[in-house]
Design a protein around this ligand. Sequence first.
Ligand code: ADP
Ligand code: MG
Length: 669
Amino acid sequence: MTHFLLQPFENFVKISSFTGKLIKKCCSGDRVIDLLFHFPSSVQNRSGNINDFSEKDKLTVTLKIVDHMAPRSPKYPYKIIGQTPNGDFVTIVYFNYNAVLIRKTLPFEGVFTVSGTAKKTADGIQITHPDVIAAPNMQKYYIGIEPIYPLVSKLTNRTMIYVIKSLLQVMPDINDLIPEKLLKEYELMTFSNAIRTVHNPKIPADVLISSKARERIAIDELLINQIRLRQIRASISQQNTQSFTSKNTIIQSLQLPFQLTEDQLSCLDDIKRDLSSEIPMNRLIQGDVGSGKTIIAFISMLVVLENGAQAAMLVPTEILALQHFTNIKKMLPKIKIDIMLASNRSSRAKQIDLLKSGETQILIGTHAILEDNIEFKNLGLAVIDEQHRFGVMQRLALIKKSHCQNILAMSATPIPRTLLLGCYGDLDVSSIKTKPQGRKPIETVVIGVSKIEDLIERLKKVDSQVYWVCPVIEESENLTDINTRCDYLSKQFSTKDVAILHGKMKPKEKDEIMSRFKNGEFRILVSTTVIEVGVDIPSANVIVIEHAERFGLAQLHQLRGRVGRGSDQSYCILLYHNPVSTVGKQRLQLMKSTTDGFLISEEDLKLRGAGDILGKEQSGFQSLRFSDFASNDQLIQIADKISSSIELDSDNITFLYKLFSRIHEDVVA
Ligand code: ADP
Ligand code: MG
């Protein structure tokens, strides 16, 4: 039988189908658990004591209506005088009223329970626009502390309280998946208790994410996440992989225009060691923007090719796919390399054949390479560039592809150990700590858009190539769009100096614009954030980020990393538009004061959550519903420990997984 928590809530509460629909919408689901996981966002106190209530609370009284005082002009409020059983008078006040309705709702001599925001005035106690008018014997139901729920239009808090209370009343005792011993050890509530407590807050602190009850639920969510990761790891490490040893046949023919840095070489050593072993590689290369990760990926792919296997590289944008394709093609004219873009479906059939037969040795592409019908003959290595842009699911899809088990992930965003644990279960890490020699630190300036003319004058005096980033393609929310900015810049410079780039363009157009920019055929590339990751054009040494106040730190750092890739002095101009929020100012200030990616990402975690940032996935990590990978260090560790010390059978695992998955959304991987 379906578990109580997974059944439709309508099996247990009687409500109209209209209300049912509102609740489903509000809680994004129709199961009991969807409602029980709809947590209050604050608390409200209703006092029953007319002589002792605080003005932030609401007052509940039983009143007999003794007088109606309709004003002469509708400009003034309508007042109704009521008397308590003790003989005290309370005035009910309505502004913008419908007098007929008031007289019907609160008729003379009627007795009611009235509750609402109350105030002590010179004329006695007043309740303005009461939110409860109920039968006289109902007073006891409207006294005390009650939860306030996030709602949707037309759904009242009262209904939410009623439905959730009704469910809690019939909720059976739930068998806890975490044994008592561990609950004690980590000072955790039982699951049932946590659910009941969440919906019965006593003080405002009870609704905070840090409350004991919320913590327990977060633990369960993290627990199922850890269990799944463990399962995945186990299934991978059971299989042996081919062992690939570097033969230097192809690699020798590579002619690099530079010498690899020590850190790059040591990363390559780690990778070669992993590839030569039969245990699957699961390694992350961590190195700040511009530190030279791409070449490491390329060489690693060649080791696999030398052994007759194929390699794939997953990248987040088409522009990056095109760039890697062009670069690797230039380095290795004899190797068969194909590129697969999400938007380029026409040539797909032929590509599929060539991959299956093994003729295509390297495949580079966006998530298009994850599609089910893409099969390799023998995929030896999968590289994930800018891994923070991909979810665990996509990583898994790549692992499953042709039983490929060697994974090399690359990221500029430093990831704290516990975050890695939370997102991936486990991962070996190699770091590039120093950048190639001869790079000058990027100079960052913060200026308001009112100074744009000065900026233009300065740009006219130099002949740098410039990225000019705007947040949107078309004007919206008062944000400057690329078209408006392009028109403006074309007037300031000349039409042939400026071009536009955005994600919705056809791959061919993007490719053409990028290569023309790379060849120095025009000066200013006005673009959206499609250039945010990976783009490498060393000759461009100025980036203007418009509406910088609206970007998150991680994103600003990535964008800034587009320059400073050559030996010339580079500049990053953070062009802000007022008003700038306090956190926005802090972000701009930090960007100006440091180029240290580690420091920036640490601060990013602290400043996160500010609502003024554009786009959803600033850090790239998909947060869970009840916990945040980034800030719940301790909980992740506890969940990981619990996951390794309990044995859940597959039914229980499935149950836990279902609890935390919502209808159209898989919460855990
Ligand atoms: P990221 O780590 O951000 O992916 P890239 O791999 O794009 O960085 O490298 C940035 C730039 O540095 C590229 O133009 C690349 O050719 C260059 N580069 C990489 N390694 C070295 C090196 N050892 N010496 C000099 N330049 C290098
Ligand atoms: Mg890169």
